[in-house]
Write a protein that binds this ligand. Structure first.
Ligand SMILES: *[C@@H]1O[C@H](CO)[C@@H](O)[C@H](O)[C@H]1NC(C)=O
Ligand SMILES: *[C@@H]1O[C@H](CO)[C@@H](O)[C@H](O)[C@H]1NC(C)=O
Ligand SMILES: *[C@@H]1O[C@H](CO)[C@@H](O)[C@H](O)[C@H]1NC(C)=O
Ligand SMILES: *[C@@H]1O[C@H](CO)[C@@H](O)[C@H](O)[C@H]1NC(C)=O
Length: 538
């Protein structure tokens, strides 16, 4: 034991000196070189400017194994600064790699920067996308799948094959025109269509009859909840965002912006094609994309009406969300069962109630959380901390409960201490569905309820036994959602609306998880290739 700790410390110490400080030498490496550039795409049959990664839209799928070191050299050939973020990758002890403007200077045009990440103790279905401006509306997104190490058991039989499915809403307008709409203070338009792996109708998934497939589905869209279903096939839910779930059968599942789910689908022995459907939820008109489940040897094209969307609306969707539970005896990335962590018995150190609002500030539409509408300072918060640069942000600009008073522009940062166990309640008093994402830490999605939250609801409505951990949670209209999070990852982490126009107009903040001991045990040092900008430039 002592030896192991010493070795750990020694490696950590070496890592500090070493150029490759973000990765662990004993684990395998995956090297990727990405050329990111504009190119013509026509997802909705009209030519428009897309963001391609190595010529691809959507971007290449990253398939890795737990603990792999992933080195991604990004060459930015766009005409604007760029960052990618790795949705749900915890970046353990390495907020430096998170790829949002609070942690990183953006990669300037015509230059490159290399992410050095480790997929530490994670399994599951994730994705990546550009976090800057409205780039995501032009592409640059892709799947990121982390498979279990061979020594770790997975609570379901090995599927014949895995299929990565990206569902997203889509606009015919150029991303810069969409940005101009927001900059001018006008409301964001409704989407023009829904895509499955970049196409509204013609994506084909070749499959072998009789086999079982793992569908890894992510909603990489900007604003729209999507219902996913397959004609005449059942979806056996096995995982959400790195949690192994109780394996329940669903006809269809709502997947909200930023979320991922994995399903096992067992095929019939007769070869025939079927429709895969992704349709918009909670907007009118309903937009529908379809793809083909193309059985090998099939002589029958997919036919018949597309499978119906569920008739249930918000209430039923909330019930469905509550039905997704942790399998307490299954392990995830590590050999100990998920349920051995009794999160429901841990004392909550702090409760933070965050209310989303739309507000008019300086004559323009903005979005706020606890009436602070976030403005990115020129200097990333992480660099301000590292170089002790004053005047970049003030801790606790965002209050723990919605304050009285008009919404203001600001750089909202919540200060917490490493290992704080925190309850965060998202209070939505608007008529639209919200979706919230936290970087750096998974959380237990313990409760969904309607109306205004109060602490008595905690006992009546929280699942303190087998809620799943995830990184993105939906908040229904005129409702609340509650999460519990153990802030065990030192750093400064983006808590954002996954609804992209809202985030672009200020609906985000940062959670600073801090202790005063600089140590490679709790956080790796500054990367030697760090980009400097703003007040950190000199
Ligand atoms: C940029 O990429 C090229 C190769 O693609 C590489 O030789 C160079 O070292 C990279 N520069 C940085 C700063 O990462
Ligand atoms: C829970 O996980 C165990 C593996 O520990 C597995 O055998 C069992 O089938 C799973 N149960 C459900 C309902 O998913
Ligand atoms: C937050 O700001 C909005 C718009 O400025 C205002 O309508 C609302 O009352 C404020 N909230 C509180 C709790 O004061
Ligand atoms: C921020 O708020 C927390 C919780 O109220 C408190 O413990 C901490 O001291 C505050 N930090 C500052 C700098 O005000």
């Amino acid at each position: 034991m002592r030896q192991a700790i010493f070795l750990h410390f020694f490696l950590g110490f070496l890592a500090c000196l070493n150029t490759v400080s973000y990765v662990q030498a004993e684990d395998p490496y995956v090297f990727l070189n990405w050329v990111v550039e504009y190119g013509d795409i026509s997802p909705l049959d009209i030519k428009q400017r897309g963001i391609l990664i190595n010529g691809q839209f959507p971007g290449p799928t990253i398939n890795v194994i737990t603990n792999d070191n992933v080195i991604v050299n990004v060459e930015n050939k766009l005409d604007e600064p760029l960052l990618f973020t790795w949705n749900g990758i915890k970046q353990r002890k390495a907020a430096w790699q998170d790829g949002v403007l609070g942690t990183n200077c953006p990669i300037p045009p015509n230059s490159n920067w290399t992410y050095r990440m480790q997929m530490k103790d994670q399994i599951g279905t994730y994705n990546y996308f550009p976090s800057t401006l409205l780039h995501r509306a032009a592409g640059g997104f892709g799947g990121l799948n982390i498979l279990a190490r061979s020594v770790i058991s997975v609570p379901y039989p090995k599927p014949y094959e895995e299929l990565t499915v990206l569902v997203s809403d889509w606009w015919k307008k150029d991303h810069k025109d969409l940005q101009k709409i927001l900059d001018s203070g006008s409301p964001f338009p409704l989407p023009d269509g829904i895509l499955i792996n970049g196409k509204p109708h013609s994506t084909s998934f070749p499959v072998v009859p009789g086999q079982t497939y793992l569908f890894r589905v992510s909603n990489v869209g900007l604003t729209t909840s999507i219902n996913f279903r397959i004609q005449n096939h059942k979806l056996l839910l096995v995982e959400v965002e790195g949690s192994h779930t109780m394996q329940e059968v669903y006809d269809s599942l709502d997947i909200h912006v930023g979320q991922s789910s994995s399903f096992l689908v067992t095929l019939y022995s007769d070869p025939k094609d079927y429709f895969i459907v992704a349709s918009s939820r909670f907007i009118k008109p309903v937009l529908t994309a379809s793809a083909i489940l193309n059985y090998q040897g099939s002589k029958n094209a997919a036919s018949g009406p597309l499978p119906n969307a569920p008739i249930f609306q918000f209430h039923g969707s909330m019930k469905q969300a509550r039905s997704i539970r942790w399998n307490l005896t299954a392990n995830a990335a590590r050999p100990n069962p998920q349920g051995s962590y009794h999160y429901g018995t841990i004392k909550v150190a702090r409760t933070i109630v965050l209310e989303n609002t739309a507000a008019v500030i300086d004559g323009k539409l903005r979005y706020a959380i606890n009436n602070v509408s976030y403005v990115n300072p020129d200097t990333p918060l992480k660099l301000a901390d590292y170089f002790n640069i004053p005047g970049v942000y003030t801790l606790n600009t965002t209050k723990d409960t919605p304050p009285v008073g008009p919404a203001v522009l600001g750089t909202g940062v919540v200060g917490t201490t490493l290992h704080d166990f925190v309850e965060i309640v998202f209070q939505n008093r608007e008529s639209s569905l919200q979706s919230w994402h936290l970087d750096g830490n998974d959380f237990w999605s313990v409760g969904f309820g309607s109306g205004k939250w109060n602490s008595a609801l905690r006992r009546r409505f929280y699942n303190l036994n087998d809620a799943t951990t995830r990184h993105t949670i939906q908040v229904y209209p005129f409702s609340w959602s509650a999460i519990l999070v153990s802030l065990d990852n030192k750093g400064i982490w983006n808590l954002r609306s996954a609804n992209w126009p809202r985030r672009y107009l200020g609906q985000e903040l940062y959670v600073r998880v801090w202790n005063d001991e600089p140590s490679p045990f709790t956080e790796y040092g500054i990367p030697d290739n760090v980009l400097l900008c703003g007040k950190a430039k000199k």
